[in-house]
Design a protein around this ligand. Structure first.
Ligand code: PLP
Length: 231
């Protein structure tokens, strides 16, 4: 079941890349395994998945201990400052940095652990009240401030689009994040890359790829429905 879902998802990704004239190797599939038990993650691992996304620190740490060490762990959920210390040396990329205070905490913990941390800045492109993420018009300033933290390296931007029935409704959001990345890249800020665009989930990842996603975060489409919501 998981293996078939992965085959299907990967084919959809290749098709979307073709439509957009992009190289299929430029888009990474992150398997969002939140709430799912270890045997399911191992099945995905056996089928070649090396990038897993989690949205809770404790769950990520437990799964980190249990899975092979060549897995890249992605923190995709809202991150509380007091939990940064548990995560810092286990995660490949933190997708959900949306404040200077959080970035400063990451810097402090990176100093203590003698490590460096790759992050994305989360942007609330749609301006939804209920969402985390920096406001679009404030993102450049936030990027400039975070860039001054020597052990925190911005690799790009991330957004969580609303749930919609028709994925075309989210196209403007993905195009907006891509445009924002281009605008920030033009500023040539030291210690800032705009190489990663993390956008698109089960319902809309082909559209996100057409608009430039380099990482898609697919949960339900690989592991099936989650029995409880844990956002
Ligand atoms: C849960 C989650 C996903 C995956 O959602 P699906 O619709 O199951 O693919 C992607 N990104 C974030 C930030 C999530 O919390």
């Amino acid at each position: 079941m998981i293996r078939e879902n992965l085959t299907h998802t990967r084919q959809n990704m290749v098709d979307a890349c073709h439509r957009a004239g992009r190289d299929a190797g430029d888009v990474t599939l992150i398997a969002v395994s939140k709430t799912k038990p270890l045997p399911m993650l191992l099945e995905a691992y056996e089928a070649g998945v090396r990038d897993f996304g989690e949205n809770r620190v404790q769950e990520l740490v437990e799964k980190y201990e249990a899975l092979p060490k060549d897995v890249r762990w992605h923190m995709i959920g809202h991150l509380q400052r007091n939990k940064v210390k548990y995560l810092i040396d286990k995660v490949s990329l933190i997708h959900s940095v949306d404040s200077l205070r959080l970035a400063q905490e990451i810097q402090r913990e990176a100093e203590k652990k003698h490590t460096e941390v790759n992050i994305l800045v989360e942007v609330n492109v749609a301006g939804e009240e209920s969402k985390f993420g920096s406001r679009r018009e404030e993102t450049l300033q936030l990027v400039k401030e975070i860039a001054l933290l020597p052990l925190v390296h911005i690799q790009g931007l991330m957004t969580v689009a609303p749930y919609v029935k028709n994925p075309e409704e989210n196209r403007w959001i993905f195009a907006g994040l891509q445009q924002l990345a281009v605008d920030i890249d033009r500023e040539n800020i030291d210690n800032v890359n705009m190489n990663v665009l993390s956008m698109g989930m089960t319902g809309d990842y082909p559209v996100a790829i057409e608009e430039g996603a380099t990482c898609v975060r697919v949960g339900t489409g690989i592991f099936g429905n989650r029995s409880y919501d844990c956002n």
